[in-house]
Design a protein. Structure first.
Length: 187
C-alpha cells in the first residue's frame, strides 16, 4: 500500500513539474496580461497573444504526451516485460537440465537479477524470479511453477504446471498477489 502511494506521488510530482516546464510560456503570458490590465495597457492585444501562446502550448503538450506514451513508455515497458519472459524461459531450460541430471526440480529464489547459476539460469537486472517445485496431482509427477516480473514492468509471467509460459493480465487479482509477494520478498 505505502509503496504504491509513494510511486503514485512521485509520478504526480514529475508530471506537475513537466506541465510547469511545458506551460511556462503560457504562465508568463497570463502574468503579462494581468499586469498589463492593472497598469492600463492595450489588453486586447495582450489577450490575443496570451490565447495564442496557450493554444500553441496545448498543441505542444499534446504532441509531447503522445510521443512519450506511444514511443518511449510503451516500448520500455514491453522491453522490460520481455526480460521477465526471458527469465522464465531460462528457468524452464535450467530446470529441464537439472531434472535430466538429478531427477528432480530445484527451487530458486525469489531472486532479483542480475543472477546466474551453474545450471544455466540467467536473470537480467531488475527482474525478480521464483521457481517452486511441486507435485502435479493430475499427472502424478514432479513439476514446478515459475514466476517472474520486472520491477519497472507491468506484466507477470508464469510457467504453470502444464508447461506453458503465460502472461497474466496485469490488473488481475492473481497477478497483483504474485507481484506483491515477489516485490516484498526481495526488499
Amino acid at each position: 500500500m505505502i509503496p504504491s502511494i509513494v510511486r503514485w506521488s512521485i509520478t504526480v510530482i514529475c508530471f506537475a513539474c513537466l506541465a510547469i516546464i511545458v506551460f511556462a510560456p503560457s504562465i508568463y503570458a497570463v502574468w503579462f496580461y494581468l499586469i498589463s490590465r492593472r497598469v492600463g495597457g492595450k489588453s486586447k492585444k495582450t489577450l490575443s497573444a496570451t490565447l495564442t501562446t496557450f493554444a500553441i502550448n496545448l498543441i505542444l503538450a499534446y504532441a509531447l504526451f503522445h510521443l512519450g506514451v506511444d514511443y518511449f513508455f510503451t516500448a520500455k515497458v514491453a522491453e522490460r516485460d520481455s526480460a521477465a519472459r526471458q527469465a522464465v524461459e531460462s528457468a524452464v531450460h535450467s530446470q529441464k537440465k537439472f531434472f535430466d541430471s538429478q531427477g528432480r526440480y530445484y527451487s530458486v529464489g525469489p531472486v532479483r537479477g542480475p543472477y546466474k547459476d551453474e545450471y544455466g539460469l540467467s536473470v537480467k537486472k531488475d527482474v525478480i524470479l521464483q521457481v517452486e517445485p511441486e507435485w502435479d496431482k493430475d499427472r502424478a509427477r514432479a513439476s514446478y511453477r515459475a514466476y517472474a516480473l520486472n520491477v519497472w514492468g507491468r506484466a507477470v509471467i508464469i510457467r504453470g504446471t502444464d508447461g506453458k509460459v503465460l502472461t497474466l493480465d496485469a490488473d488481475s487479482e492473481k497477478a497483483e498477489n504474485i507481484r506483491e509477494k515477489l516485490v516484498r520478498s526481495v526488499q
